[in-house]
Design a protein around this ligand. Structure first.
Ligand SMILES: Nc1ncnc2c1ncn2[C@@H]1O[C@H](COP(=O)(O)OP(=O)(O)OP(=O)(O)O)[C@@H](O)[C@H]1O
Length: 257
């Protein structure tokens, strides 16, 4: 039985007098990989920040794993934070720390003290993203763009989250590296079963990763469904986003997960 991981109901957001979201609803169920698309400035990043509690909505309800995001109990909020991992476009890694310490950071922060266990877990996470222990000695500035993304992914997965939030996961990667990163996320998702919500402007990343697509336009989610279902919805943004491919999924359909 599928259960909701993210539930957003009647959400209003604003910066000053500018309303960004108006009565927005979104439900993401366990195991779904949801690509959130919308025009530039439509409020995708704002929505992600509200979903993870980095930004408080003006009005409305956000629940994660059936728990209200702002329970008022620091212990509950902390336990909830352990259940999701984030890969944000900027500020992914601490530049002064080695790769090893970047990955050890969330483990130590959440109370792990046994250094030999931390070492084993860090090496396990490095292996998950196809890196080896010697990469742990490097500083972020010594890594290629693709390796930075993989380390950031390993860090997002450090606490074995049930939900992974990705903001432009392949931005800045060339098409080959981007394809490799999409494959890696897909394989890890198939193995670990986490739910994904992702913002991307890249059609290849969107079609390669999404089981579902949510379209943000007119200050709310105007379409939600499988890529094929969403392509059939009549809306000017959807027609222009998918262009001529709107009627026929063809080769752009997502790979099976
Ligand atoms: N801290 C802020 N203060 C004021 N306005 C903001 C702030 N952050 C974002 N905005 C504005 O709110 C709107 C939504 O921004 P947001 O970054 O959520 O959109 P987006 O859909 O992620 O955009 P893009 O696709 O271009 O990254 C934009 O018009 C943006 O300029």
């Amino acid at each position: 039985m599928s259960r909701p991981v993210i539930e957003v109901h009647g959400l209003w957001s604003r910066y000053g007098d500018t309303v960004i979201h108006r009565e927005l609803d979104l439900v993401v169920e366990q195991g779904q990989m949801v690509g959130l698309v919308g025009g530039s400035g439509s409020g995708k990043t704002t929505l992600l920040r509200e979903v993870v509690g980095l930004l408080r909505p003006w009005k409305g309800r956000v629940h994660l794993f059936d728990c209200p995001l702002y329970s008022g109990d620091p212990g509950v909020d902390r336990a909830l934070r352990q259940r999701f991992g984030m890969l944000f476009q900027q500020g992914a890694l601490y530049s002064a720390l080695s790769v090893f310490d970047n990955l050890a950071f969330p483990l130590r922060e959440f109370g792990l003290e046994d250094e030999s266990l931390i070492r084993d877990l860090v090496h396990l996470k490095l292996a998950m993203v196809e890196l080896d222990p010697r990469h742990g000695l490097l500083k972020p500035a010594e890594l290629s763009g693709g390796m930075v993304k993989r380390v950031a992914l390993a860090r997002a997965l450090a606490l074995e989250p049930e939900l992974l939030i990705l903001d432009e996961p392949t931005a800045g990667l060339d098409p080959d590296r981007s394809e490799g990163f999409v494959r890696l996320i897909r394989e890890l998702q198939a193995e670990l079963g986490f739910t994904v919500i992702m913002v991307t402007h890249d059609l290849a990343t969107l079609t390669g990763l999404s089981t579902h697509i949510a379209v943000l336009a007119d200050q709310r989610i105007v379409a939600f469904g499988t890529p094929e279902e969403v392509r059939r919805v009549e809306h000017p943004f959807i027609s222009s986003f998918f262009g001529g491919a709107a009627a026929a999924p063809g080769p752009a359909a997502p790979a099976p997960l």
